[in-house]
Design a binder for this molecule. Sequence first.
Ligand SMILES: [Zn+2]
Ligand SMILES: [Zn+2]
Length: 454
Amino acid sequence: MCSVQEEDLENVPSELQNKTCKEKNRNGRICMKCSISPAVVVVRLNDPLCKSCFLAYFTHKFRATIGKSRAIKAGEKVLLAFSGGPSSSAMLHLVCEGLSDTAVKKLRFEPGLAFIDEGEVLKQSGEERAYYIEQIQRVANRTKFPFHLLKLEDIFSLGQCLQDDAKYCHKVEGEQTRNHQEKLKNLFDATSSMTAKEDLLRTLRGKLLLATARNIGYSKIMFADCASRISVRLLSDISQGRGGDLPYDTGFSDDRHGDVIFVRPMREFMTKEIGLYNFFHNVETVLIPTLGTMSHSHSSIDRLTENFVSGLQADFPFTVSTIFRTGDKLSVKEVSEDVAACALCGVPMSVNPTLLSTLTDSVSSVKLDTDAKNTPQSASDCCGGCGSGCSSSSSEQVLSKEDILDTFCYGCRLTLKDSKFTVSDLPSSVLEAATKVYHRAQMKEQIKDFLLDE
Ligand SMILES: [Zn+2]
Ligand SMILES: [Zn+2]
């Protein structure tokens, strides 16, 4: 996720040796905090710190980010989304340290660990997948936290089997697993652009973690997005028509799903600081290729934005913090219960869905009259029996691809409008949500003449 790229890292080993050989730092700089030890790192723009002051600063910042929000209560079950990358490995280490008996102020929640194997999407061989899982499992076992190994194709079997019953499921539903792998493969193969694939992967990942948290009883999920990642996300969200999702995608907590809240306790850290923390603590990371690995810097909006931000950051060290702080000023407008949520990503759709159709259609040049056929029916289309008769017959009807796109937010529509996916390749949870949103809109249209103006 976050890549360590700053030149300061390279200097660290020699600086450290210096510390042990002779007390005086090569550059003669003294830690600005304790004013005793020689500085070994420079944080922010020009703040020299010694190793122990840096680690204290890092841990304090993590605890302060969690504490400030007051989001996590004592005894609460929290699921850590662990990818093996530098940022989530650092997060795992901080949580382990925070729970140990030696911690100054002990963290008081109950963590669990979840890893998603995305091998099917990344087209990894069976051996590769097994190799990465083994590595992750080794790290996870050391923590003694409950570990949940998920596969992205599980998104198609949500509600059918819990991961804990995996062995049982494996025997009985081996055929079904292959079927799910096939569906996942089809869905990604049908989506041609890298931007759309990355977006879809992120959404499915979130959905799978959410479902797992609900199944097992976790009320929070911790994501390890760091400041550098969030700044990139902020700009790429805007470019992808997801400006309205910004406070959800980049803030400390994301409560779009209601019962399970996503939190980002690493959001104040730069990749460089995370790299230093991992280095000093010898934190083991497992590097697993992702969709964007080895791809050209112009292959997706995310990659391009990442390139742009890190390029600027190299010359202007305040780039990330400026973008980040600007994003922090955004907040979510109170949404009424009445607002429908996107059937794919779950973000509340405050903009009128019909207007959204028009907007996306003008981009994709789909004729507007196709929409007239698919959007909420007029009374004349009624079966005649009306009332419950209409809605019960329509609840069994299968939605077309266009109907389903109508239940998505603007960003998700843009993601999938060019995808050649078939409706049956979508996870059932998405189809269910889409049916619900669609029927709600239909019902609202039917009764709109009887509603009072707001
Ligand atoms: Zn110091
Ligand atoms: Zn959406």
